[in-house]
Design a protein around this ligand. Structure first.
Ligand SMILES: Cc1cc2nc3c(=O)[nH]c(=O)nc-3n(C[C@H](O)[C@H](O)[C@H](O)COP(=O)(O)OP(=O)(O)OC[C@H]3O[C@@H](n4cnc5c(N)ncnc54)[C@H](O)[C@@H]3O)c2cc1C
Length: 210
């Protein structure tokens, strides 16, 4: 079955060098495989084999397969959000989707699509402030700030393992670090199973509560 589809995105340009990274677990990767876009997503990111949890004092609390059951050969992929957006947009366009950026649909516009029988199906993947949810459930509670915040950035010159996502727990937050998916020398480091050749690729992230 084929169908015409249009995608509306409020941001003028959601791809490009914006945002931080995202990790996709095995179930999400299998969904991408069903859509035929697993290889370009894997190529845009970095396979991360293990997840390690550390106490603030440096004690290893846990070491588990990252985002998958043990024995699952499909490894979690970490990539920059913008790269994921680029891959998915390219694939959607290839399959014939019309992508309209810089166009924010409010509840009135959505109602026109819905009530006016313009669309047979509306998928509201529009995030925490979803206009689609407001249309369907006008009395649903509004999201409220829970006091959490995140800062992320890239550090260079570190000697870290190439295939582990690390979480170090502090009293009121956690410090996360993972090899950078955007490092230009990533393929060589991964092949050597070490970041030593360039010593310049780790994404660090802190998350805390106020
Ligand atoms: C710091 C942080 C780290 C995270 N890390 C991970 C992770 O590693 N792995 C993971 O699986 N999840 C992670 N998450 C959660 C994940 O980001 C969200 O669950 C996911 O992005 C939600 O997807 P979504 O499509 O519902 O909304 P969003 O990703 O928010 O996308 C909504 C899109 O719709 C657009 N939009 C909104 N309203 C309108 C409108 N009215 N008209 C047109 N366009 C509109 C927005 O511009 C946006 O592009 C993380 C979240 C945070 C905050």
């Amino acid at each position: 079955m084929s169908c015409a589809s249009a995608k509306y995105e409020a941001h003028a340009e959601p791809a490009g060098p914006v945002g931080s990274f995202v990790s996709l677990a095995a179930n999400g990767l299998r969904a991408l495989d069903a859509l035929g876009c697993l290889p370009p997503v894997q190529a845009a990111g970095r396979a991360v084999e293990r997840q390690r949890m550390w106490s603030g004092g440096g004690r290893l609390l846990g070491d588990v397969p990252r985002g998958r059951r043990s024995g699952d050969p499909l490894h979690s992929v970490t990539l920059m959000r913008a790269d994921l957006v680029s891959v998915l947009r390219t694939e959607a366009a290839r399959l014939g989707a019309r992508i309209r950026t810089g166009e924010r649909l409010d509840t009135t516009a959505l109602e026109r699509l819905h009530v006016g029988d313009v669309a047979d199906l509306i998928v509201g993947a529009d995030g925490i402030w979803s206009a689609t949810r407001r249309l369907l459930h006008p009395t649903a509670p509004e999201p409220g700030y829970a006091g959490l915040y995140t800062v992320s950035g890239e550090s260079h010159g570190l000697d870290i393992e190439p295939d582990a996502f690390n979480m170090i727990f502090g009293r009121r937050g956690a410090f996360l670090h993972v090899p950078s998916p955007s490092c230009a020398r990533r393929p060589a480091c991964t092949a050597a199973r070490s970041c030593t050749p360039c010593r310049s690729c780790v994404v660090t992230m802190t998350a805390g509560s106020s």
